[in-house]
Structure formats: C-alpha cells, structure tokens
Write a protein that binds this ligand. Structure first.
Ligand code: PGA
Length: 252
C-alpha cells in the first residue's frame, strides 16, 4: 500500500468563522508531521476562508452534486467546490446515504463528477449494526463498493475509500481490531477486483469514533491507510493528537 497516512477531519455541520483559528493551528502543527497527509473538510461556507488560512493541509468538501450547474436549489457542484479552493470531497457519507436517501448510483455519479472537476475523492462505505449482527457486513460493504466506485479511468490514485461502520459513527464504539483488519482486507480484495492492480494502491481509511486513545491501535492495522475523523477533528488539540499517532506509526 502506497502513500503517507492520511488523516482527514470531517466537521459535518459544525463551524463558523470563529473556528478558523483551529484550522490555522492544525496547519501550523502539520509542519511537525511531514510524514502525515492532513486535511479538513469544513462546511462549504468555510472552504474559501479555510483555503486562504492554510499552507500545508488539504481542504475539502463533504458532498457535491453530480451535475456541474443547474436548477438544484441549495446544492453545490464539484466545480464550485474546486473554485472555492477545495482539493477533495467526501462522497457517500452514511449521513448522506441515510438522511438524504443517496443510493450507490448517486454516490458513483458524485464521485465521477468530483474527478471530472479535478478533485480527489473520499468515498464512504459501511454497514449498519443489524447488517453486522446478521453476518452480512462484508457483503454489504462489497455491494456498496460495486455500486458506488467511480468507473472513471486513470484517476484511481486520487480515490480513497473510508470504511465507516454506521454504528461506530459518533457513538464512541469501535469494531474489534480483528474486525477492522478483516473488513479492510475484504475491501482491498474488492478494489483489486474492480480496478485490477491499481486497486492495490487505493488508500483505505477507517472512520467511526477515532480518538487519540484508539488511533495508534487502529492505524497499526494492515490496510488501514489513515482515518476519517468526525467529533475529534473539531479542535486542533484532539485532532493533532490523532495526527501525532499517525506520525509515530511504525516507529513504536
Ligand atoms: P466520528 O465521525 O469520528 O464523530 O465518529 C466520523 C465520521 O462520520 O466521519
């Protein structure tokens, strides 16, 4: 698996200009961690200002529309995110899939639109608790990947997958390390089935209640190439503790 560990903060619907100081602090601290790729996805209203405030870390969107322009009140296109200064976008987060009823086909179209606009993509997948209890976690996630992975050629190196068990998001619960390892291995096999040898280089992040005290253990799992962090990314202090854990990966 290629690349630096990738630690991405997803601010969800949190953040006004008052929080830009946190972004600046993250960016300043990122200098101390050259072996970690760091990024934040603030609400769309802050993308431009966040981009102006940083030098090192990536800035991204949390979602995009599949069309470039049009009569879609309230929506934001990938081209607009790029224009505002984003370098990537998240697509297919479980909160979008659930609250906004996004299908795998919707997520695929969004990912392809993002690539067309020149953005990198973090595509989220993950099972619900009842799907896991029924023993279907890997088949559910495999089907999500089959349905939502972009078919755009030549951009696989700009794709990351975030495995986020729905029941672990914002709950303080995380799967066992064995379950994370098994799922990430299964996702890797699926990516190779979809993309051929290029699928071996797609980064696979873990997300769901990642905190400073569990980050080292999660990031040590084979095939875990980074983390998508919600609640713990809202302050520079808690986020940088996770970045620090990523920096010391493999040095223990
Ligand atoms: P959490 O959120 O870290 O607050 O669990 C993760 C996510 O939804 O990306």
């Amino acid at each position: 698996m290629a690349g630096l560990p990738y630690i991405v903060g997803n601010w969800k619907m949190h953040g006004t200009r008052a929080m830009l100081g946190e972004v600046r602090a993250m960016d300043r601290a990122a200098q101390r961690f050259p072996k970690v790729q760091v990024a934040i996805a603030p609400p769309a209203t802050l993308i431009y200002r966040a981009r102006e405030a940083v030098e090192l870390i990536g800035i991204g969107g949390q979602d995009c529309h599949a069309k470039e322009t049009g009569a879609f009140t309230g929506d934001i296109s990938a081209t607009m995110l790029r224009d505002a200064g984003a370098d990537f976008t998240i697509v297919g987060h479980s909160e979008r899939r659930t609250i906004h009823a996004e299908t795998d086909a919707d997520v695929k179209a969004k990912a392809e639109a993002a690539f067309a606009a020149g953005l990198a993509v973090i595509l989220c997948v993950g099972e619900t608790e009842s799907q896991r209890d029924a023993g279907n976690a890997e088949s559910v996630v495999g089907a999500q990947l089959d349905g939502s992975c972009p078919s755009t050629e030549g951009v696989v190196e700009k794709l990351s997958i975030a495995y986020e068990p729905v029941w672990a998001i914002g709950t303080g619960r995380v799967p066992s390390i064995d379950d994370v390892a098994a799922m990430h291995a299964s996702i890797r096999a699926k990516l190779v089935a979809i993309y051929g040898s290029a699928g071996a280089d797609v980064r696979i992040l873990y997300g769901g209640s990642v905190k400073a005290d569990n980050a080292s253990e999660l990031l040590a799992v084979p095939e875990v190439g980074g983390a998508l962090v919600g609640g713990a990314s809202l302050t520079s202090e808690s986020f940088l503790a996770i970045v620090g854990a990523a920096a010391s990966r493999g040095e223990a």
